[in-house]
Design a protein around this ligand. Sequence first.
Ligand code: NAD
Length: 336
Amino acid sequence: MRLLVTGGCGFIGSNFIRQQLQTYDDVSIVNLDLLTYAGNLENLRDVEDNPRYEFVRGDICDRECVNKILESQPVDAVINFAAESHVDRSILDSGPFIQTNIVGTQILLDASRAANVERYLQVSTDEVYGSLGPTGLFTEETPLAPSSPYSASKTAADLLVNAYHHSFGFPAIITRCSNNYGPYQFPEKLIPLFISNAAADLKLPVYGTGTNVRDWIHVEDHCRGIDAALRRGSIGEVYNFGGGNERTNLEITHGILKLLNKPESLIHYVTDRPGHDLRYAIDSSKAERELQWQPQVNFEQGLQDTINWYLSQAEWTAHIKSGEYQTYYEEQYGKR
Ligand code: NAD
């Protein structure tokens, strides 16, 4: 099976590529990634010499580039991870989100359709459903009600994917997952940011009162879900994946401080994110039933392993946290 993976140098895409190459001997992968601030070749250093892996630097919005890849060799399936993925950045400037997440998806859909790929999998998010109150779970039937420019752009992409399926019989599947954590996550996101700040005795900027709830899933469980949807999912269907680990941001913060043996005085409450969704929680029963998928990683163990990974990768983190990231961080939270 030959796969075109887009955005494979980011957090989830790089974990997915590694897992595919390790799990299957008959999978070969072309990774198309623009290497934005979030894309990092170091995330796949260990597979770059694998003869079944090929990297192409390019933009999913570049029609010529995408067509060329799909025309040069037959591709069985396309998995679209490429996206602008950080809510806070979408609030500062939504332009790149509209371009990559919506226009890029449209270009990829057109090119995949022209190339007659057997399957197209759109990696989406539970954020398309908006916010839950204190109770209830998102199912695949929950109405789409995104609240941030990021989630609105992901919703628009999902609607396009659906429309290509309905209008053209295009063989698409959408997966919607809750918040991921694990190795290789860019340290602007909550868990790696707090691990690396706490390890360096820097403040942990907690939004509002820290009571927002997310359902955390280990990235390897998410990647196994994408694999299951790709191989066993039905065309035209949506599958939700969640870890079943609802935690408030404050619970995550306390957990990281405790595991690192750092004082609570590092907690620093900052002005809440505008339009901050209160709670996300996922009903994964459709994926469990139809894909025989279940999350396997225990959250406490996964968090400990993730902390160990970041502590052992100080150079990776330091490298990533220099340059453009520094400017963004100061704009978002002020000087450390
Ligand atoms: P990420 O920001 O770590 O990686 C995104 C990757 O896409 C980077 O390698 C970047 O260089 C690449 N990219 C960006 N624009 C591109 C373009 N125009 N052309 C080609 N490549 C481009 O993101 P992530 O956290 O790995 O998320 C991957 C996907 O999963 C996204 O679609 C995201 O919406 C979705 N998702 C993420 C989460 C999460 O918790 N991180 C949860 C559910 C769904």
